[in-house]
Write a protein that binds this ligand. Structure first.
Ligand code: XIL
Length: 318
C-alpha cells in the first residue's frame, strides 16, 4: 500500500487523515491499517466528541470514550482534530428542548465549549468549533442556538474556545462548499466578519461528502480552496467520501478514482490546504448507506478492506 501520509508530507501537506470511532478500534483486522502511521497521520473522532457523547445531561461531562481514542492516537503520534463543539445534530434532548432563555443558553454554550477545549487542551490540534451553520443559500441554518441566541452564538463559541486554549486551531466546518456557490461565499463573509469583530478563526473545513461523477474538477476545487484560503485561514478537507448509487460497477469505480484524484490533487496544488481526512477508510464502516438510501461504496477500501481504484487515485494525486 502506498504510504498516503508520508506522500502527503512529501507534497508539503501536514497529513493524510482518517475518521475513527470506538467500535472500529475494537476490530483487530480493521485496526491494523489504523495503526499504520505511514497511511494515516491524523485522526478525527467520528462521534465521541459530539455534544450527546460528552455532555449527555446538563453539566455532567463524560470523556472516557473520547479519552480512549485520544490515548490511542497519541500513542501513534497522530494529529487529532476535535469534532465538534457546536452542531445542530447529535444534541442531547435537554439542549434541543428549546426551554432555555437567551442568557441561559449562552451560558450553557460557553460552558460546553470551555469544558471540552480545556479537557483536550494540548491533545487537539484544531477544533471544529461550529459545524454546518449555513443553509445552501448562505443564510444561517435554524437551530436551537440560532433561534434562541441569534448569529452571535457563533462569536460566543469561537471566543470561548480561544479563551480556553489560545494555541488551538479554530475551524468552521461544512459540506457542499465544493461547488463554490452561496454557501461557500457565506464562509468567506463569516471569516471576514469574525475577524472584523476581533474573533479568532484559523480554518475552514470542507467536509467534501461528494458524489461519483458529480465531483467538481480539480481546477474548480482548487479555486474554491484558494478563495477560502484568501481570507487568511487554513483550508482542510475534513470528511471526504465519494458515494455512488449501488450496485458497484467497474465504470463507477473508475470514475470514483478520478473523483478522489481531483479532490486530493486540488488540495495538493493549493498552498492554503493543509491536509485531507477521509470519513473512515473502508466501506464497511461508512455512514453513507444508513443516511443515503441505495448509495454507498464511498471510501477507498471495500468492505473486505481491500484497496479500490480510488485508493490508487489518492496515491497518484499525492
Ligand atoms: C456521522 C457519523 O459518521 C455517524 O456515525 C453518525 O451516526 C452521524 O454522523 N457531517 C459531520 C459528521 O460533520 O459528524 C457526520 O458523522 C457526517 C456528516
Amino acid at each position: 500500500l502506498a504510504p498516503l501520509h508520508d506522500l502527503a508530507k512529501a507534497a508539503g501537506k501536514q497529513y493524510f487523515g482518517v475518521a475513527v470511532d470506538t467500535n472500529e478500534l475494537a476490530n483487530a483486522t480493521y485496526k491494523v491499517l489504523l495503526d499504520n502511521t505511514h497511511l494515516f497521520g491524523q485522526i478525527t473522532p467520528g462521534n465521541k466528541m459530539k455534544w450527546d457523547a460528552t455532555e449527555p445531561s446538563q453539566g455532567t461531562f463524560t470523556f472516557s470514550a473520547a479519552d480512549a481514542l485520544v490515548t490511542w492516537a497519541q500513542g501513534n503520534g497522530y494529529q487529532i482534530r476535535g469534532h465538534t463543539l457546536v452542531w445542530h445534530s447529535q444534541l442531547p434532548s435537554w439542549v434541543t428542548s428549546g426551554a432555555f432563555s437567551n442568557a441561559t443558553l449562552v451560558s450553557i454554550l460557553g460552558n460546553h465549549v470551555t469544558n471540552l477545549v480545556t479537557h483536550f487542551k494540548g491533545s487537539v490540534k484544531t477544533w471544529d468549533v461550529v459545524n454546518e451553520i449555513f443553509n445552501e443559500d448562505g443564510t444561517f441554518r435554524t437551530s436551537v442556538f440560532y433561534t434562541t441566541i441569534g448569529e452571535t452564538y457563533v462569536d460566543i463559541a469561537f471566543r470561548a474556545a480561544a479563551a480556553a486554549d489560545p494555541d488551538v486551531g479554530l475551524a468552521a466546518n461544512d459540506y457542499n462548499l465544493d461547488y463554490g456557490g452561496a454557501k461557500m461565499q457565506a464562509y468567506v463573509t463569516l471569516v471576514n466578519t469574525l475577524k472584523s469583530r476581533g474573533v479568532k478563526i484559523t480554518q475552514i473545513g470542507s467536509q467534501s461528502h461528494l458524489i461519483v461523477g458529480s465531483t467538481p474538477s480539480q481546477s474548480s476545487l482548487a479555486n474554491v480552496f484558494a478563495t477560502l484560503a484568501a481570507t487568511g485561514v487554513e483550508v482542510a478537507v475534513t470528511e471526504l467520501d465519494i458515494r455512488m448509487t449501488l450496485p458497484v460497477t467497474d465504470a463507477l469505480l473508475a470514475q470514483q478514482k478520478k473523483d478522489y484524484y481531483n479532490v486530493v490533487a486540488a488540495c495538493v496544488q493549493t498552498s492554503g490546504c493543509i491536509g485531507v481526512t477521509i470519513w473512515a477508510y473502508s466501506d464497511y464502516y461508512s455512514w453513507i448507506p444508513s443516511v443515503f438510501s441505495g448509495q454507498g461504496a464511498a471510501l477507498p477500501f471495500d468492505e473486505y478492506l481491500q484497496p479500490k481504484p480510488a485508493f490508487y487515485g489518492i496515491a497518484e494525486a499525492l
